[in-house]
Structure formats: structure tokens, C-alpha cells
Design a binder for this molecule. Structure first.
Ligand SMILES: *[C@@H]1O[C@H](CO)[C@@H](O)[C@H](O)[C@H]1NC(C)=O
Ligand SMILES: *[C@@H]1O[C@H](CO)[C@@H](O)[C@H](O)[C@H]1NC(C)=O
Ligand SMILES: *[C@@H]1O[C@H](CO)[C@@H](O)[C@H](O)[C@H]1NC(C)=O
Ligand SMILES: *[C@@H]1O[C@H](CO)[C@@H](O)[C@H](O)[C@H]1NC(C)=O
Length: 326
């Protein structure tokens, strides 16, 4: 006030402006108090609504990016930017510095229309007890392709495997790969969540090889096969023995005249010392039979179909011949 009195004495105009400022501040404070008062949730608000009001839920699928979903911005959780480390897959991790230490929450369950599902970021302290809190680490993956397709399903796992390899202690605590959420309005929030939206996109070649090695090794262990494969064998004349596997299948995209195809491969194989031809009908094999077959295969010949996903179980440096029967 002393300062203000002095100012009054010095300049009348200035004192006028001072009181104007004071009045403005008072009015503004009143206004602020009013706003804060109005912003208080009324007691009739459900806890779910409270969370809903404190955080903004956005559609999980942003149709503005429908035509560019394959490149640039992704339409899945479009407001968030990926974290990228050289040679690794891009990812979103919650909570993290990048997420401002917020958790990932999702709401509703509509498996046919992603725009009806929504996501939000929330501080752990902001969660109400109407929120379903899922403990552990959840892995979420978005692909532009169809998860019904084995190849895309398996390669969608690769970024997560790659990340786990780098972060040794991180295990996917939530074992169920596809979570069925109840159809309700309650939000689900994850203690930890990893979201990957670009499959193996920016993963470096070396990293892809390492991830494939690990997957192959685990699958062989699961089937009781030596993880190192069958090892190199040589013929009596010292030539490497080569197993050429012709993987046949019935129905769509199969060879029209399988006998003719088999004859061509038999003839070619017979001309190479150490070559053995195996003709196998993929429908006859269970999972571990397929892994075993691929472990002993050096060259795989197959039409372009889902069974080619099995190439992941072949040793490094083996070869694939892919055919597109007309
Ligand atoms: C994401 O990146 C874009 C482009 O670099 C930037 O403009 C935007 O602010 C970022 N968004 C967030 C949420 O960090
Ligand atoms: C990424 O991969 C390339 C090629 O393998 C390598 O030269 C480079 O050093 C790698 N960068 C990092 C950060 O690991
Ligand atoms: C929710 O939490 C509050 C306070 O922590 C507690 O009084 C109330 O019983 C809880 N409600 C439910 C349904 O658990
Ligand atoms: C694969 O082939 C390359 C080049 O021929 C060779 O250097 C490498 O050791 C082979 N890797 C394996 C796992 O056999």
C-alpha cells in the first residue's frame, strides 16, 4: 500500500491504473472461484464419470488417418507419438516419461468398430475404484492387416519379443494374448502397457535375426527338438547333404497338377549329390511335426499360403522357394 500511496502522489493517472488492476484482479479471482465451484463434480456423478471428466477419452481409431494408416501417422491412438530407439521397433510405453507418467486406460468393447472404443491417459492417483485396474504388463498390438492371417499375427509378436530381449526382466504378466473386455462403460486401466503399431517396421535387420533366433529356439524347445537344429551332415563324398522339402496343400492356391510339380523337383534333386526330396502334405502335420520338418529342411518349396509362416522355424541360411500357382 505504501508503494501505491507514493505512486498516487507521483502520478494520478498511474494510481488510476493501479486500482483498475486491483479491481480486475478481484473480479478475476471471483470469476475463478466461481469456475472452480462450478467445476466441482456434483455428488450424483458416478466415480466412472469422475474419471471420464478428469481425463479425455479419444476414439481408439482415428478415421482422419484412414487413407494413410500404412504410413506416417497411425490411426490407432493417433494422439500419441512413438518412442524410437535406433534398430528397435517403435513403441508406446505406459507409464513413462513420454506418457508424463500416466497410465493407459481403455473403454468399451466393440470388436467390429474401433471408433466405438476409446482410450485415455490417467494419473494413477486419479483412478477411482469403479475403474478396473489390471495389474502387470499388457501388450497391445495394432496391425493394418488381419490377425486371422498367421503370418501377420506372428510378426506382430516380434516387436514385443525384441523389446523383452532388451529389457530382460520385463515379462508379459498378462498371459492371455487377446483380452475380452466386458461390454460396459467402465474404464480399464493398465498398471503397465506396451503398445506397438508398426509390426517389425523400423526394426533393424540384425535385431530381426536375433528375434527370429529366439522364437525358433523357444518353439524347438517346446517341441522337444534340439534348439541348435540338426547340425550339418555331409555325404560320403564330402558334399553337404541337403533336404529339399516340397510342402503341398489342398484347396485354394494349391498346384493344379501336383504330380507334374513333384516330378520336376525329383528330377532336379536327383541331379545334385546329397539332395533328398521330401514331399509333405501340410494338412497331415500337427504343430510340432511342422516344426520338426522345418528344422530338417534346407530348401523349402511351397505355394504362397499360410503354411509359409513355418519358414520361421527353419535354420538361418536356409532357403525358400515361393510359388504363385495360377
Ligand atoms: C508428436 O509429434 C509431432 C511432430 O513431431 C508434434 O507436433 C506433436 O506435438 C507431438 N505430440 C505429442 C503428444 O508429443
Ligand atoms: C543399428 O544397426 C546398424 C546396422 O546393423 C549398425 O551399424 C548400428 O550401429 C546400429 N545402431 C545401434 C544404435 O545399435
Ligand atoms: C470405493 O472407495 C471408497 C473410498 O476409498 C470406499 O469408501 C468405497 O466403499 C469403495 N467402493 C467400492 C464399490 O469398492
Ligand atoms: C550363413 O551364411 C554366411 C555366408 O555364407 C556365413 O558367414 C554364416 O556363418 C552362416 N550362418 C549360419 C548360422 O550358418
Amino acid at each position: 500500500m505504501e508503494v501505491e500511496s507514493k505512486a498516487k502522489l507521483l502520478n494520478k493517472k498511474k494510481s488510476f491504473s493501479h486500482s483498475t488492476v486491483l479491481i480486475a484482479i478481484c473480479l478475476f479471482s471471483l470469476f475463478l472461484i466461481l469456475i472452480l465451484y462450478l467445476a466441482q463434480p456434483s455428488p450424483s456423478f458416478s466415480p466412472a464419470l469422475k474419471l471420464q471428466n478428469s481425463v479425455t477419452f479419444l476414439p481408439i481409431k482415428d478415421t482422419r488417418f484412414a487413407n494413410t494408416a500404412m504410413k506416417g501417422n497411425t490411426w490407432f491412438m493417433s494422439s500419441l507419438n512413438d518412442t524410437y530407439e535406433e534398430n528397435e521397433s517403435e513403441y508406446l510405453y505406459f507409464p513413462s516419461k513420454a506418457s508424463d507418467e500416466k497410465l493407459l486406460c481403455i473403454k468399451r468393447n466393440d470388436i467390429s468398430d474401433g471408433t466405438r472404443n476409446s482410450y485415455a491417459l490417467a494419473y494413477p492417483e486419479g483412478l477411482t475404484n469403479s475403474t478396473t485396474f489390471l495389474k502387470g504388463l499388457a501388450f497391445m498390438s495394432d496391425t493394418f492387416y488381419d490377425y486371422g492371417n498367421l503370418w501377420h499375427e506372428l510378426t506382430a509378436m516380434m516387436p514385443f519379443v525384441g523389446w523383452s530381449m532388451k529389457n530382460r526382466c520385463a515379462k508379459q504378466a498378462r498371459q492371455v494374448p487377446v483380452e475380452e473386455f466386458e461390454k460396459d462403460e467402465r474404464p480399464y486401466c493398465f498398471e503397465k502397457a506396451m503398445v506397438m503399431r508398426h509390426n517389425v517396421g523400423k526394426m533393424g535387420k540384425q535385431k530381426k535375426l536375433q528375434v527370429s533366433d529366439l522364437l525358433r529356439c523357444k518353439v524347438r524347445q517346446f517341441c522337444g527338438i534340439n534348439p541348435n537344429g540338426r547340425g550339418r551332415e555331409v555325404t560320403l563324398r564330402g558334399e553337404p547333404s541337403i533336404t529339399l522339402t516340397l510342402l503341398m496343400r489342398n484347396g485354394l492356391r494349391s498346384f493344379k497338377n501336383p504330380t507334374a510339380v513333384i516330378n520336376v523337383f525329383s528330377r532336379e534333386c536327383a541331379m545334385v549329390d546329397g539332395c533328398t526330396l521330401e514331399v509333405v502334405q501340410s494338412e497331415d502335420l500337427n504343430f510340432c511335426d511342422q516344426v520338426k520338418l522345418m528344422t530338417s529342411t534346407d530348401i523349402l518349396a511351397s505355394p504362397h499360403v499360410a503354411q509359409l509362416t513355418n519358414m520361421l522355424f527353419m535354420d538361418r541360411n536356409s532357403s525358400v522357394m515361393e510359388f504363385f500357382p495360377k
